[in-house]
Design a binder for this molecule. Sequence first.
Ligand code: ATP
Length: 514
Amino acid sequence: MAQQEDNLLKKIISHAKEYGFIFPSSEIYDGLAAAYDYGQNGVELKNNIKAYWWKAMVQLHENIVGIDASIFMHPTTWKASGHVDAFNDPMIDNKDSKKRYRADVLIEDHIAKIEAKIAKEVSKAAKRFGDSFDKDQFVATNQRVLGYSEQIDSINNQMKTAIESDNLSDLKTLIEELGIADPVSGSKNWTDVRQFNLMFSTELGSLAEGANKIYLRPETAQGIFVNFLNVQKSGRMKIPFGIAQIGKAFRNEIIARQFIFRMREFEQMEMQFFVKPGEEIEWYDRWKENRIKWHKILGLGEENYRFHDHLNLAHYANAACDIEFNFPMGFKELEGIHSRTDFDLKAHEEHSGKKLQFFDPQENKNYVPYVVETSIGLDRMFLAIMSASYVEETLEDGSERTVMKIPAALAPYKVAVLPLVKKDGLPEKAREIIDELKLDFNCQYDEKDAIGKRYRRQDAIGTPYAVTVDHQTLEDNTVTLRDRDSSNQERIDISTLRSRVSELVSITRLLKQL
Ligand code: ATP
């Protein structure tokens, strides 16, 4: 199973490169770890995801507005937010291989190995007992499985206590006691565990002018908090209201891996919703519901999503959960929804000396609003779509195809216009059609190779509709409209093409279901 999942990720990575979705960054110099470039099709898909999110947030809600804050911010911002002191991961180096790891990840990988042993016992027993096998009962009673489960609980507890109390030497002792070896070299020759701050820093201005250390923002949220009052006043916003933002964030992840799932430069789509204190949990529940709906409307499979409630809350949160998606590597965080209390605004009040409050005319008093945040990684959303859309299938005629079943509203190109042959005036007619359609949709024109081959090329980049111009078109002004997923074709009049395609591919269709 794990191998199959690994294969799917590999296939997606190579498909993404071959068809212009994602290239390794600066590839001619052998690339840069965990940095990727979006190609000609990738950028279109990415822009469409942004549009779907932005419209769902800003266009559909009278009380949500957007901003675009700068990446560089006053350094005190990150002191106030807690990132300078606490945005750390525990890291450990192997002295022989010189490789660096996240201490908690090494331990989690060790736990995964024990979990795999449990899975093996379960599958052995399932084979032995056949139809009468009761998995829950087996797991609850089998001595060997119980022993493994106890081991896992004990390791988890020790790790949690060490991390929460910032006891790095206990973390190292745990790694040693478990006999964890470097996965590459097998060596157990470890350094001490150290904290590693994930923020990238640089200097503003030349040294001669007296340089100032500044950071590349590790999240977009703080750009929203520091603008709370600007937006509230200039937009005459009343609580509850929200501020949305899409933008780049940077984290010096110790191990960046799994393609675009964990990068050092990535993009976030965040919305901070300011509410009256005491009403935050109600709003948190409403945003949870709204966000999962936004995902499910895309049709990537309801079974691919699940909520993961945080049991150990960050110090600033009074409720938090992740929406997890079933990536090729298993269920992992795609989006976070957090009730952040008044932590951020209060911290900025303290550090800036400015009041960040709202005057509530009904209550006739000022208060610092509470905040409910929704935060989704754009690149992770991209990977979710790519992995759920990638399908290899055999067609009725026995031929094979790889098709990206990308939701039509998000697909890079909406229509391909294809003259059946490269003569008899068909290319000219096709050009006429495309000139009309391109005013509304991203279109592709293709006249090279047999029609079947051209369909395959469009399938591979996820174009949901193909219009074929044939000899009959010249006689009665009709074309065939082919559906990517079913391969069904219908014959329609050219005069209805624009409205028909628009009905099928517009983001409006998704928004109506929200
Ligand atoms: P993780 O636990 O996976 O490191 P996180 O809990 O630190 O993620 P948040 O700080 O809540 O993530 O950020 C919000 C969203 O930003 C995440 O849900 C994820 O989609 C995205 N994100 C965070 N870190 C990265 C990264 N290194 N690369 C790509 N996307 C990321």
